[in-house]
Structures are given as C-alpha cells and as structure tokens.
Design a protein around this ligand. Structure first.
Ligand code: PLP
Length: 376
C-alpha cells in the first residue's frame, strides 16, 4: 500500500457502539447525539455557542448570509478572502451574491494583514480568514484591522480543530464574529461529513438554528421532548436543510476524546520533517507560529520542480498532495488573477507532505530520505 497524504484514523469499536446507541434508540437525525456533540464542543473549545451542521461549507454560507441579513449588506458588496484555500471558503461569499476580493498571503500562508488593509475599499464589509493547516498566522492583527475599519470577521477554522494559543481557541477571541469548523472525512476530527458553526452572539446562533432547518422555528427533537409531539410550528425564513445528524455526531463525540493526543502526534511528525529538512537549502518549510499548540492539519513545503518531485515520490510509493491551487487561477475567479502575486508564485511550488495517525516513524524517515535524495 502506498503511503497516503491524508488518512483518517477512526476508533472503530467505540464509534460503532455510539452509532448502535442511535440505531437502538431509533434516533439518527438531528437531536440526541447532535445536542451532546454541541455541548461537548462548547466545553472543549470555550465557544459560547455551537450548532452542528452537515459540513463546514454550509456553515460558511450561513455565516455570510446571516451577517448580510443582519447588517443590511447589498449584492456586490465585498468580503476580503484568501486565494490559498479550498474553494468552499470563497464560494460561500459568492452564494450570497457578494464579491470575493482576494488579498495576498504571508509566510504562514494565511492572509497578509498589510495586503488586507490595502484591499479595503468603500464596498468592503468583512474579512474571511482561513487558519491554513491549523495555523493562526497574524489573526490578531486582522482582528485589529477589522475593528478599526468596522468590518466583520469570519474565521474559516476548517483546519483548526484543536489549535490553541496559550490554551485558548483563537475562534473564541474577542473580535471574531463567527468560527466554522470542519469534521469532513480527512480532517483532524473526522466524521463522514459535518461541521460546527460557533457564533460569538446568541442571536445569530438562534437564527442559524432556524435557517439550517428550513426556517422552521422549532426543531423536531425539541418538539418530541415535550411529551406530546407538538406538530405546530411556524416558518419564518426560506431556510436550508443544513443540519447535522446523530450518526455523524456519534462518531464526532468519540473522535473528540482523542483529538488532543492525535494533534500532539501530528506535531511530533512535523518536528521530524523540520529536523530532517533543515539542512536542505532547496526546501522552504511553511512555518507555523504557536507550533506547540497548532493542530497541524497540513505540513507544507515550498520546493523547486514540484511536479517532478511528486512524480518521483509517487513511484516510490509516497503520495503527496497540493493544498491549494491559487483560487484566482480557476475560471470563475479569473477576474482576480494577478492580484495576489505571492500566493500565485507559492502555489506553483507548494507540496503537502503525508501527515496522519497511521504514519510510523520509519515511514517518516523514509519520506525524508527520498525527498532529500531527489532535492540534493
Ligand atoms: C480551508 C477549508 N475550508 C472549507 C472546507 C470545507 O469543509 P467541508 O468539507 O466540511 O464543507 C475545507 C475542507 O475541505 C477546507 O479545507
């Protein structure tokens, strides 16, 4: 079997037991385990609010939608975002007929505060910050800029499950309006597909609960718990079917117990790569600030002749990846091509190294040896 770049590790027996509980209870939809998972997530992260969704993508959409609705933003208004991300981040802005204004990235491959400030104009309403690979980057400076310019701040925390700064989850920092996590199949906390949206304010959390459940003002679980099944509800919004379900939450609750332990193994592997490549001047490692509290969803390097290296490693049974292609190269974001030169250049040479729970130390050593042999 080749070495995979990303591979989830499920605690199978415990997950199956938790799923069995759902099946025996006869409750696999929203409620029961989803409520338990929201409570566990709040407890773990310190977020005041948490609502369980079927993905991070839908959470980012709701974040933009609800902020637009509450603040009276118009179609064509702009949100500043990064070109180095999975397209969900930027599609979420487009779903609401707003425009993505791309700003360049810094050495952490997160938004560069200087370029963000340069890109602010009279139509700018918010900044969408991606904690790339679990990194915090210069989020503190972005918060300060948002405050100074009266902008909202959305944190795409898809990679940040477990990332802390001095024990605190950056998504809970004052000034972050909403943080959205991903529990997609290969994330640090894998389920099948799901996510969590965590608003700083209760009112937006309340709207989200309705908006993610077709606009209905009472959820089925809450109604069923009333003793008599109260069938009567109102529909206030044109909502969506974005809620998470108990089966995924059951897996999430089990996986959450192992998240910190697994993230520390990720850092061990990251440290092995850093030590293994430190004398190779052809390799530039994408750094992580707050290293010992970073979730390290991705380990990234900038290398010359990337395609040839990918090809060489694949022939040796080592599959690496690329996260991500500069989004302004995609047809639909072409309008911004050339606006983020650093992201554009880095994206040609970026390589994602294998990093997951199944990797043995010997495999990491072999990967290091092969990379150094090729880039000598
Ligand atoms: C940075 C980033 N944002 C958003 C997403 C979307 O997450 P999900 O698959 O849970 O919708 C992903 C995941 O693939 C991602 O990597």
């Amino acid at each position: 079997m080749p070495i995979q770049v990303l591979k989830p590790k499920f605690h199978v027996d415990e997950c199956l037991a938790a799923i069995r509980e759902c099946l025996e209870k006869g409750w696999t939809g929203m409620g029961f385990k989803t409520v338990q998972f929201e409570d566990a997530w709040k407890q773990y992260t310190g977020h005041a609010n948490a609502y369980y969704l079927n993905s991070n993508t839908v959470g980012l959409h709701l974040a933009v939608k609800i902020l637009k609705m509450k603040n009276g933003w118009k179609d064509g208004d702009e949100i500043i975002s990064t070109p180095i991300t999975f397209v969900s981040t930027n599609h979420a802005i487009m779903y609401e007929n707003m425009k993505v204004c791309f700003a360049d990235v810094d050495e952490y491959l997160c938004l560069d505060p200087n370029d963000v400030e340069r890109k602010i104009n009279s139509k700018t309403r918010a900044v969408m910050f991606v904690g790339y690979g679990g990194r915090v980057g210069q989020l503190e400076r972005i918060i300060e800029i948002c405050k100074r310019h009266g902008l909202k701040l959305i944190l795409d925390a898809a990679h940040m499950s477990g990332t802390r700064v001095n024990g605190v989850f950056p998504g809970t920092w004052e000034g972050v309006d909403v943080a959205v996590y991903s529990f997609q199949a290969v994330k640090n906390l894998p389920t099948g597909d799901s996510g969590m949206i965590c608003w700083s304010d209760e009112e937006s959390d309340k709207i989200t609960r309705q908006m993610a459940w077709m606009g209905i003002n009472k959820d089925t679980y809450a109604r069923s718990n009333k003793g008599t099944y109260a069938w009567k509800y109102d529909v206030d919004y044109l909502g969506y079917k974005y809620n998470g379900n108990a089966i995924m939450a059951a897996i999430g609750l089990v996986q959450l117990q192992y998240l910190d332990e697994e993230n520390s193994r990720r850092r061990e592997i990251a440290k092995m790569y850093i030590d293994g490549f430190k004398n190779n001047d052809k390799i530039k490692i994408v750094t992580a600030n707050y290293f010992y509290e970073c979730s390290f969803h991705l380990f990234e390097m900038i290398v010359p002749d990337r395609e040839a290296l990918l090809d060489y490693l694949s022939k040796k049974g080592i599959n690496c990846g690329v996260h991500y292609r500069d989004n302004t190269e995609y047809s639909m974001y072409q309008y911004a091509n050339g606006t983020c030169p650093k992201a554009h250049e880095i994206s040609q040479n970026l390589i994602t190294m294998p990093l997951h729970m199944w990797l043995t130390d010997d495999e990491v050593k072999l990967i290091i040896k092969e990379v150094n042999a090729f880039l000598n």
